[in-house]
Design a protein around this ligand. Sequence first.
Ligand code: ADP
Length: 167
Amino acid sequence: MTTKSHVTAVYPGTFDPITNGHADLVERASRLFGRTVVAVAAGSSKRSIFSHEERVALARTVLADLPSVEVCGFDGLLVDYARDRGAQVILRGLRAVSDFEYEFQLASMNRRLCPSLETLFMMPAERYTYLSASLVREIASLGGDVSEFVHSSVLAALQACKACKKS
Ligand code: ADP
């Protein structure tokens, strides 16, 4: 049996909605960190189709089987939130080289704002490297089948979401 570290990792994002790629990353993190806090950002530059409460609720449902994982909503500066939660690590996912530039900028800025927090990157299973919440939203809005990419509860929410349909 492996002993898990006492490290707390915060995994921030919009999760609009949570996909199997996000869930894969959280599952991997839960095997490494004592506690993984999935931090669902309230406001962001991105306009979300699901409300903050809905995004938190969906992530809670999808990740309910992972005991060391907590899903919380947060507002404000990520480094402040991570510090408040006693986290040592900010976790982010890297899918392809195209993610790198933005993630590099973000990690560098967060290090500048809070030097004691370490940003760690993890890669999802290969089959999720091309998966993004924005593509899921786009496909679902056009009536495409996204059942392979999201949990059944997310699929149901997408099907029920009027705002998600393209008029
Ligand atoms: P997205 O980039 O899909 O809109 P978020 O803003 O919620 O999603 O992203 C939160 C974090 O999850 C980011 O670090 C992002 O790179 C990562 N991520 C998103 N989709 C995946 C995936 N399919 N596999 C691994 N990491 C992912």
